[in-house]
Each structure stands twice: as C-alpha cells, then as structure tokens.
Design a binder for this molecule. Structure first.
Ligand SMILES: *[C@@H]1O[C@H](CO)[C@@H](O)[C@H](O)[C@H]1NC(C)=O
Ligand SMILES: *[C@@H]1O[C@H](CO)[C@@H](O)[C@H](O)[C@H]1NC(C)=O
Ligand SMILES: *[C@@H]1O[C@H](CO)[C@@H](O)[C@H](O)[C@H]1NC(C)=O
Ligand SMILES: *[C@@H]1O[C@H](CO)[C@@H](O)[C@H](O)[C@H]1NC(C)=O
Ligand SMILES: *[C@@H]1O[C@H](CO)[C@@H](O)[C@H](O)[C@H]1NC(C)=O
Length: 365
C-alpha cells in the first residue's frame, strides 16, 4: 500500500514536472538571437575577412571543440555565443559573412552573428587589428537582414519576430585595450574619462539604431577586469600584477554604461535589457578560484613566454594539459570552462551580477 501511494505520488510528480517543463519552454520560446560584438563571441566572421590579423581558424584553437576543429572561435572549445544559444534552445547563430550571399532570407530567421574579433565600439579601434567589423558596420549589416525579414514576413510579422528575439551586445574591451596600449593616438587626443564617456555615447547611438530596426530585448555585457588578462599582467614582468589603471577605467566605463541603459529604458518605453557585470564575475574567479574549479588564473593556457602571454596561441605555441582549470585560454580570451560559467550567470544569475533582470527573466517578460 505504502508502495502504491509513493508510486502514485512519484508518477504525479513526474507528470507535473514534465507538464511544467513543457509549458515553461513553450512560454519562453526565443525565435532568434542576433549577436553583436568582438572576439569573445565571434563564431567565424573573421574567417571571411581577407587580411585580418584577428583570426583564430588555426590550431590550437578549437582543441576541445567537437572534431577538434579550429572554427575561428578564440577558445579551446565553445565560446559564450554557443552557450547563450544552448540556454535558449537555439543552434548557435551563424556568422553573417557565411550566410550573407544566401538567396534565402529564411536563414536569418533563427538569428545571425555579426561579431568580429578585434572589433570595437569605435570605427577606429579596427585600425589596431586590421581588419575587423566595427560595431557601426555590424549594425549596418543587421539593417540589411532587417530589410530581408520585412520583405519575407511582412512588416507586422517581422516586428513580432524581432520583439521576441534577443539582441546580445558584447563589446568594449578592444576600445579600452587600444587606449591603454603604449603610444596609442587615443591617449594623446583624449583623457581616459573623455574616452570612456565617448564609448558610452557611441554605443547608445548603435543601440538606438537596433531599437529602430525592431530590437526590443537586449543583453548588454560590461567589460571585464581587462587589466588582469595575461597580456596586461605581462606588462609588469616582475610582479605579474593586474594593470590597475586599465581595470579602473573598465569600471568607469561600466558605470557609464549602466546609467546609459537606465536612461535608454526611460527614453524608449519598449526597450528592455539585462546588463551583465562581467567585471565582478571575473574578479571572483581571480579571488576565489577554487570555488569555480580553477587553479590557474594568471597565465594563459596556450601561448609562449612569461605567463604564456608573449606569443599568442599560434601553431608553434604550447598549451596546457588541463583546460578546465585555467581561466584564460590565450593572452586575452577565456577558456570554454570560464565562458560556461559566465553564461550560467547571465542566464539565471542573481541581481548582484545581472540586472535589472537576468536573461531568463528578460525572455519571459
Ligand atoms: C533568388 O531567388 C529568387 C526568387 O526566390 C529567384 O528568382 C532568383 O533567381 C534567385 N537567385 C539566385 C542567384 O539563385
Ligand atoms: C529556405 O530555407 C528554408 C530553411 O532554411 C527552407 O525551409 C526553404 O525551403 C528554403 N526556401 C527556398 C526557396 O529555397
Ligand atoms: C563609421 O564608419 C562608417 C562607414 O564605414 C560611417 O558611416 C560612420 O559615420 C562612422 N562612424 C563614426 C562615429 O565615425
Ligand atoms: C610592477 O609591480 C610592482 C609591485 O606591485 C611595482 O612595485 C612596480 O612598480 C611595477 N612595475 C611596473 C613597470 O609597473
Ligand atoms: C582538470 O581540472 C578540473 C578543474 O579543476 C578538475 O576537476 C579535473 O580533475 C582536472 N583533470 C585532470 C586530468 O587533472
């Protein structure tokens, strides 16, 4: 008897669980993700650029990717764009430059990625890396996609589709790193405060363009503790300490970004967003590595020289045997393990790290 009761309870529980997860996923269906940004989320756009120095379509990149394939991701495996897609139940949005010649705008319906390694908010940041697709150009490419969707679906259905889609924007690190490069022109032309303020102004203009072109739900990430990436630590060979100036201005930029987003929400009623505090999560990795399963937070996994940051991850470089205990894959980019944790936090992290709502809540709203 007791057995029967518990079996019944068990079945009921299972049924409720199935029913609940079914209705949950139905209610949360995201038709598409449109991705904008830099190498943190590039899934192969730069492979299509002729002379770009910012490429990753060679070993040892991709050593942990299915088929050990170097796809153009700056990672040992998957990058945050892949994990974002997994979270919302979509295939990874394909690189725009791999589908832009398609004679079938249906390919745009499940999302597209415009992200490009080396890209910045400013057109000029591109000059440093020759070449990449700066954010203003990424948004111009998106406007072509928008036109194609309107043609295919009609205006009302296209707006409806886009209003449920997620627009992810992961950018800013290259602008900051470029500024703090010794001998940069930006540094001669503006103070750090003027520079980060102008980043925010220019990003706001691009977000407004996307909103004009149907974007409603935005995931915007702040910049990380860029002063602690191996390339910056390597600037102080004796201590290997973080570049505190770069970190300080990353925080200042993030402050400006947060208030800009709040302002945009007031200005545009239909604009909603999740802001992800990548900086704090990065700092947690460094301060409490064991909590996250990391044992190496300073050195890159793949590279050569001091902190493996003197030579980038190219075929002649060596790479560490255990990629899941390293925060950094190469001198700038996180490992797959770190990327997975970032995206877990973006999706259902607490307000401390993602606000005013996390991505799960943004989608449900
Ligand atoms: C593209 O599609 C249109 C109509 O769907 C067709 O008329 C045209 O020939 C196609 N072009 C190419 C290059 O396939
Ligand atoms: C366009 O692509 C979609 C899915 O990618 C496919 O279902 C459809 O048949 C294609 N249309 C044409 C005209 O090729
Ligand atoms: C960036 O470059 C595009 C052309 O590629 C130009 O139309 C745009 O005005 C530029 N933006 C800024 C802020 O200079
Ligand atoms: C390197 O770090 C040490 C310890 O923090 C500091 O004393 C030194 O000034 C730094 N050197 C440079 C070149 O920044
Ligand atoms: C690699 O690192 C992870 C995370 O610290 C650890 O769980 C795992 O046991 C390590 N694997 C090997 C083969 O040492």
């Amino acid at each position: 008897m007791a057995y029967n009761v518990s079996a019944e309870t068990y079945c009921f529980f299972l049924f409720s669980l199935l029913f609940f997860s079914f209705s949950f996923s139905e209610a949360q269906k995201v038709p598409a993700m449109y991705i904008f940004g830099d190498s943190l989320v590039d899934v192969g756009n730069n492979n299509h650029l002729k002379v770009s120095l910012a490429k990753a379509n060679f070993p040892h990149n991709g050593v942990d990717y299915p088929g050990k394939k170097a796809t153009g991701r700056f990672s040992n495996g998957k990058n945050p764009a892949d994990f974002l897609a997994e979270k919302v139940g979509l295939p990874t949005s394909p690189p725009y430059l791999s589908v832009s010649n398609s004679n079938n705008s249906s390919v745009f319906l499940a999302g597209v990625s415009f992200a490009s390694g080396g890209a910045g908010i400013f057109n000029g940041t591109d000059e440093l890396y020759r070449q990449s697709i700066p954010l203003p150009k990424q948004v111009s490419y998106y406007s072509d996609v928008y036109e194609a969707l309107v043609q295919q679906l009609g205006s009302a259905a296209a707006q409806d589709h886009l209003s449920k889609s997620v627009f992810a924007v992961v950018i800013g690190s290259n602008d900051l790193l470029g500024y703090f490069n010794s001998g940069s022109n930006d540094r001669k032309e503006s103070t750090p405060q003027q520079f980060v303020d102008q980043m925010v102004v220019n990003l706001k203009a691009q977000l407004k363009r996307l909103h004009n072109l149907g974007g409603r739900k935005f995931l915007v990430t702040g910049t990380g503790a860029i002063g602690c990436c191996p390339s910056q630590r390597n600037q102080n060979k004796t201590s290997g300490e973080c570049n505190e100036e770069a970190n300080y201005w990353s925080v200042q930029y993030n402050e400006g970004l947060k208030s800009m987003l709040q302002g945009l929400k007031t200005e545009l009623q239909s604009f909603s967003y999740s802001y992800f505090d990548a900086y704090s999560v990065f700092l947690n990795f460094i301060q409490k590595p064991a909590t996250y399963g990391f044992s190496e937070v300073k050195a890159a996994c793949c590279g050569l020289g001091n902190l493996k940051a003197e030579v980038p991850c190219v075929p002649i470089s060596t790479y560490c045997s255990n990629r899941s205990d390293h925060v950094f894959w190469d001198l700038y980019h996180p490992t797959e393990a770190a990327a997975r944790i970032f995206v877990d936090m973006i999706f259902d992290g607490s307000k401390q790290y993602v606000n005013p709502v996390n991505l799960k809540q943004l989608i449900a709203a």
